[in-house]
Design a protein around this ligand. Structure first.
Ligand code: ADP
Length: 374
């Protein structure tokens, strides 16, 4: 084997240095303690610190990271820490603070440098995404504004249609009642679509506000089922809630939970033919509360399994039956469940039915209402 000369090593080193410095994106490397060993000119420009100021410094000190709410990200949650701990490559967006104090949104990939399965440092490649961030924000602001503007006239339509239906403006004929019911149900659907769009905008812009406090899961489910009772009755679908006697309280956001269950219950009713059954069951397993929403509906084809939680996806069997929908409900459900630290999954068989499961972290203990009353 040819032995490399000292000059060869130096030549390769110089070449590596030139390559590193020519990368158009920011690049920074650290040793095993997270101290900066190299920083290229693009990284210096993004972060505002010179090579002299950065080398030897602890990366999280020079690269201060913030979340979408401009809150500092704790060390344990920093991608650099997670990359070290897991040994995995991590790609995500974050916000860095420029030396001047200005916050800069960036997209980064951080990879541990492994030698014989031991991390000896890491390399981070990142770029300034201020422009993409602003375009995304403009898009979200536009959807948000358009949705709010649609909501106001829609409320008027709904209110007056309900007043007419309730006989406040005189007796109605059967065809008039039928037409008004169609107006009410169409405006309800439109209202749901607007809510979904607004919620998705919030999730994608990281501005979902989760207000956690003790909430009874069964009460939320009862409310949701009551709101869908009319639609279920119209299709002669029985809706049953199977819940334990004791109240299961979790620390969560009731409004977000309602949105999640409302989507799942409404799907169960929508995709179940006339005369079917929908059963919502509630139980605790270990440190989780698990809610299942079971229907005797059209089911989800095997080949669609991996796609149902993706944006705008609708399976072939439901498109063929021309049921209404835009394929955003489950995408929203998944996003909201993530916000609450839970999980969602399903089992299904075509023409037999589906069962969707939602798991949420429980309180340290379940509150037994009977015990509390004593
Ligand atoms: P939408 O109902 O508006 O189409 P969703 O995101 O709620 O959108 O659902 C995505 C797709 O998943 C649906 O179009 C349908 O193909 C499938 N799906 C969801 N829930 C059920 C269900 N309970 N039974 C059968 N298919 C379902």
């Amino acid at each position: 084997m040819a032995i490399k000369k000292k000059q060869d090593f130096e030549g390769e080193r110089a070449l590596a240095e030139v390559l590193f410095n020519s990368i158009g994106d920011g690049a920074v490397t650290t040793d095993e303690y997270g101290r900066i060993t190299r920083i290229n000119p693009a990284a210096q420009a993004i972060i505002g610190y010179s090579e002299k100021e950065a080398i030897g410094q602890w990366l999280p000190r020079i690269f201060e990271a913030y979340d979408d709410n401009n809150e500092p990200i704790s060390l344990i949650e920093r991608p650099v820490t997670r990359a070290f701990v897991s040994g995995n490559v991590i790609s995500e967006r974050t916000i860095y603070k420029h030396k001047s104090g200005k916050l800069v949104p960036i997209a980064m990939t951080i990879s541990p440098i492994m030698v014989k399965n031991v991390p000896i440092g890491c390399i981070e490649i990142f770029r300034d995404i201020t422009q993409e961030y602003e375009v995304d924000k403009m898009k979200s602001d536009f959807i948000s504004l358009a949705s709010h503007q649609l909501r106001t006239p829609l409320s008027a339509i709904k209110t007056y249609a309900h007043m007419l239906l309730d006989g406040f403006m005189g007796q109605l004929t059967k065809p008039q009642i039928k037409s008004l019911k169609t107006i009410v149900s169409a405006s309800n659907r439109m209202n749901e679509t607007i809510s979904t769009l607004l919620n998705i905008t919030r999730i994608e812009s990281g501005s979902v506000v989760v207000t956690k406090k003790p909430v009874s899961v069964a009460s939320v489910i009862e409310e949701v089922v009551n709101e869908h009772r009319l639609t279920a009755n119209d299709k002669n679908i029985s809706c049953r809630i199977d819940r334990p006697k004791d109240s299961i309280k979790i620390i969560s956001d009731g409004v977000v939970l309602k949105e999640i269950f409302s989507n799942l219950v409404s799907n169960a009713i929508k995709y179940t033919p006339v005369g079917g059954n929908v059963t919502i069951a509630l139980k605790t397993t270990g440190s989780l509360v698990v809610v299942s929403i079971k229907d005797t509906g059209v089911g989800i084809p095997e080949e669609s399994r991996d796609n149902v939680f993706t944006k705008f996806f609708r399976a072939d069997n439901v498109i063929r039956q021309e049921t209404s929908g835009i394929g955003l409900g489950l995408y929203l459900v998944k996003g909201l469940i993530n916000e609450l630290g839970g999980d969602v999954w399903f089992d299904s068989k075509v023409n037999e039915g589906s069962i969707f499961y939602v798991s949420l972290p429980l309180l340290p203990h379940t509150i037994n209402t009977h015990t509390v009353k004593k």
